[in-house]
Design a binder for this molecule. Structure first.
Ligand code: FRU
Length: 450
């Protein structure tokens, strides 16, 4: 066994606070302390493998563009506070990252803004442009987020402000080596929403606010990132979630472990596994986690950072766009990840990954299906889609990324991918249906899957 970092007794103590209880059916579950962080270990990540139930059908490269002038990627619907689909005078609303198609496919990230779409049937979407004044928004670019319509008709519009190290509010842009300076913060603004014969309108744009930044303790700051420089830092993708079982509200986000984190024995695996497993030296710089902040006010402007829900230190660098599906007291913690963000010695497909926990949002999460995969791109078309988001009823939306045509050539997508329907059943999931491109059917609140 080779370990990059020293073990500290203090960190081990964290796990000893797990109390093992038992459900009526006799199956064991773990109830955990408030500061418990679950672990996706190298041993578990070694079990990642495609199965028929978790491999997406191949996407036809003769797809239509939902908005021909812009690249479309990460997408999310407008949801009510309880998670159900918001319907405004018969319209469903979706937001997506957009950038003009004049910019190259690979250059789109630094031009990203959030565009609005609306549809009456949930299949034919009208692109309504960027609803905010981006000179007032934080960040040189705005990355993924979520959107909630409250009981007074206000739209809470959460996004990632990705800046150039905060210079002039992030507006002093310097393209050279931008990834090393891609500081990220969680931001929001608000709108009124209305609909008429001309479509859906977001008006009365509110003040833009920064609602959370990395603390350096649980969550890596840009300066901490720069000391190792692995891939890119993460403090992004705010996802609003009201827990149906407690009524408490949270923002989940993609983070990375902050100061003093270490690659602990539990990040590697159990004792048996550790006897034979060698951890490659650079694995310690792969420090992904799923962050969480408690929402302290109704307007979702005051947040308190809490310890991460799960970490993949030593296993995977990025747990992107985290979100949840709830079924009774089963919590499915979902995230997207890439082949290239696995730590050395490990691999897995670009896909939607999931961890199941019982009894509460903070839980001793274990990979679903034993593999952790919920939706994987097929082996023969490994980058055809990305940025899957499971909705509360198991519909899974995503965008067409880099599918291969019949000659094996990459065709850049940048539009909605066919929606998938996934069933969740205890510790297992299954892709049960392929729907239309970009399709979103009405869905109910979190907690009632069936
Ligand atoms: C996932 C992602 C998000 C981020 C966006 C930036 O596709 O990496 O985490 O917000 O893309 O383009």
């Amino acid at each position: 066994m080779k370990m990059g970092f020293k073990t500290k007794l203090g960190k081990l103590m964290l796990c000893s606070s797990i109390l093992v209880g038992s459900l009526a059916g006799g199956s064991a579950y773990a109830s955990v302390s408030d500061d418990f962080t679950a672990i996706w270990s190298r041993q578990q990540a070694e079990q990642v493998a495609r199965t028929t139930d978790t491999t997406a059908p191949v996407i036809d490269t003769n797809f239509e563009l939902a908005a021909p002038d812009v690249w479309i990627w990460d997408t999310w619907p407008l949801q009510n506070r309880d998670g159900s689909l918001a319907i405004v005078k018969g319209h469903r609303i979706a937001f997506a990252l957009v950038a003009p198609r004049d910019f190259g496919w690979n250059d789109r990230h630094t031009e990203a803004r959030i565009g609005m779409f609306y549809s009456k049937n949930g299949k034919d979407w009208t692109y309504a442009g960027i609803p905010y004044d981006y000179d007032n928004a934080f960040g040189h670019m705005q990355w993924a987020g979520s959107a909630m319509l409250d009981e007074n008709g206000k739209v809470h519009f959460f996004y990632t402000a990705t800046t150039d190290m905060n210079a002039n509010g992030g507006k002093e842009w310097n393209q050279d080596g931008w990834v090393q300076r891609a500081e990220q913060r969680l931001a929001k603004t608000t709108f009124d929403i209305s609909a008429d014969k001309n479509g859906v309108h977001l008006t009365n744009e509110g003040e833009h606010l920064i609602i959370a930044e990395p603390d350096g303790k649980y969550y890596e700051t840009i300066e901490q990132f720069q000391s190792h420089g692995n891939v890119i830092t993460a403090f992004r993708d705010p996802f609003f979630f009201r827990d149906p079982n407690t009524g408490k509200e949270y923002i989940l986000f993609e983070g990375q472990a902050g100061s003093g984190y270490e690659l602990k024995p539990e990040n590697i695996g159990d004792e048996e596994y550790r006897k034979t497993h060698t951890v490659p030296e650079r694995a310690k710089y792969y420090n992904g986690n799923i962050g969480i902040a408690e929402v302290l006010d109704k307007d979702v402007t005051k947040l308190k950072l809490l310890p991460p829900l799960i970490e993949s230190v030593g296993a995977n660098h990025q747990l992107e766009r985290p979100h949840v599906v709830v079924d009774g007291d089963n919590y499915y913690l979902l995230t997207i990840s890439h082949t290239f963000t696995y730590a050395p010695g490990l691999t897995g497909p670009d896909g939607l990954y999931g961890f199941v926990g019982k009894g509460g949002l903070r839980a001793d999460y274990k990979p679903v299906n034993g593999t952790g995969l919920i939706v994987a791109n097929p082996a023969e078309n490994p980058y055809q889609a990305y940025s899957w988001m499971a909705l509360p009823d198991g519909q899974v939306i995503s965008f067409i990324n880099e599918p291969l045509d019949e000659t094996g050539k990459v065709k850049h997508g940048g539009t909605f991918a066919p929606t998938l329907k996934v069933s969740f059943n205890g510790d297992t999931t299954k892709i049960v249906k392929e729907m239309e491109a970009g399709e979103i059917k009405p869905f109910g609140p979190y907690g009632k899957l069936k």
